[in-house]
Design a protein around this ligand. Structure first.
Ligand SMILES: [Cu+2]
Length: 186
């Protein structure tokens, strides 16, 4: 819960400061330059270079690289879980709602890249707030994948079984529902 709150503050900060240039490495003396370089590299590894090279990079809730293409890459999905992702604006909006437990209604398509997969960090397929997601009954490790937000009516008939071998619905009975699209085996 502390983590979620921390991350809530972080994502709100991202959205509210996205137009402000934020100074980089030197400011944060808690994190070594090597660690920051590693985290930026991990963030970028979530998407093809054609996307991540021009993306805004957010590390621990701070913008450390200002991007220019509307994408945001992060080294972690939840704090320190090691699951990098690159999100479009729709995904950032949905994640902010999820973290703040606010309602969200998809009105357009949103895309997120997770080309490193979940790296064993664990995510419950039904509950974004599962206290121990690695041991959730409905966690199935997923390799490289895309995540797609669509208006809810379009999800009808799609399986929510993560072990089906194909695309599946995650967080089905929540406002944060999306399609997981595996693109390679883990
Ligand atoms: Cu994912």
């Amino acid at each position: 819960m502390v983590n979620l709150l921390k991350s809530a503050l972080c994502v709100s900060a991202i959205l509210s400061t996205s137009l402000v240039a934020v100074p980089v490495l030197a400011e944060d003396n808690k994190m070594s330059e090597d660690l920051m370089t590693e985290k930026i590299g991990r963030a970028k590894s979530a998407a093809p270079a054609s996307i991540s090279d021009e993306a805004t990079i957010v590390v621990d809730g701070k913008v450390v690289v200002e991007g220019s293409n509307g994408w945001t890459c992060m080294p972690d999905t939840f704090p320190d879980d090691g699951m990098p992702m690159c999100n479009d604006a729709v995904w950032m909006e949905m994640l902010t709602a999820m973290i703040n437990k606010k309602d969200y209604t998809a009105t357009k398509i949103g895309i997120s890249y997770m080309l490193q997969g979940d790296r064993g960090a664990g995510v419950s397929n039904s509950d974004p707030y599962h206290p121990d997601p690695k041991n959730a009954d409905d966690y199935t490790e997923t390799g490289p994948h895309l995540m797609i937000i669509v208006p809810k009516a379009m999800l009808e008939g799609m399986t929510d079984d993560p072990s089906s071998g194909g695309p599946y619905v995650m967080w089905k009975d929540t406002p944060y529902v999306h399609i997981m699209v595996p693109v390679a085996d883990k």
